[in-house]
Design a protein around this ligand. Structure first.
Ligand code: IMP
Length: 189
């Protein structure tokens, strides 16, 4: 079985990828903790490619990385690639976003995710993206998920990401869609 290193320190992402890539002839493993990659890119794609490439080169194995974030129209796309660095904790990040948006009526937003796969020599061989559109609520709702989930409302489901089961969320989330888009290309490798 071939090994695919998941270039994240987040066990939740490893589980999500394992669920989606189950049945393939690949064994997924988390990257070593000590291996930290700085996200210096200006776009999700640059960061995903950077992380996959550097982890592949450092471990000598195939690597998969994702980069994701929330783009809010009325904030000119912020927090965007800075989503993880918008505050120290999830609560602080949500508070800051709600404060900056204030009573703005245009609450349109989208989660974006780019996934990239690198060969052991660091060359990027596959890339795919996924988008999930929604609205930012005025106050958090729900207790599931992580990050900005409690304020991200998906009109079609009439639920926030934090009110969905993990299966519901993965079926329509930006990360779920990006991985689904990557799957056929990955199988063909
Ligand atoms: P990264 O992709 O690990 O660099 O981090 C992206 C950041 O965007 C996370 O720390 C969260 O704040 C936010 N984010 C990305 N995906 C989600 C999601 O599915 N729900 C809530 N927040 C998310």
């Amino acid at each position: 079985m071939k090994v695919l290193i998941v270039a994240t320190g987040n066990p939740g992402k490893l589980q999500e990828m394992q669920a989606l890539l189950a049945g393939l002839d690949w064994e997924l493993a988390l990257k070593p903790d000590a291996l930290e990659i700085e996200e210096t890119g200006a776009t999700f794609a640059e960061n995903a490619r950077l992380k996959a490439s550097q982890v592949a080169k450092a471990t000598g194995e195939w690597a998969i990385a994702d980069d994701s974030g929330l783009e809010v129209d009325a904030l000119d796309g912020a927090p965007g690639v800075y989503s993880a660095r918008y505050g120290k904790t999830d609560v602080e990040r949500i508070d800051r976003l709600l404060h900056e948006l204030g009573n703005e009526l245009n609450r349109e937003a989208r989660f974006v995710c780019v996934v990239a796969i690198a060969r052991p020599d660091g060359a990027i061989v596959l890339q795919a993206d996924g988008i999930c559109a929604g609205n930012i609520l005025y106050a958090p709702r729900g207790t599931g998920g992580f990050g900005y989930d409690p304020i991200f409302y998906v009109p079609e489901q009439r639920l926030t990401f934090a009110e969905m089961t993990s299966e519901q969320k993965h079926a329509l989330s930006h990360r779920g869609k990006a991985l689904q888009a990557l799957l056929p290309q990955f199988q063909a490798l």
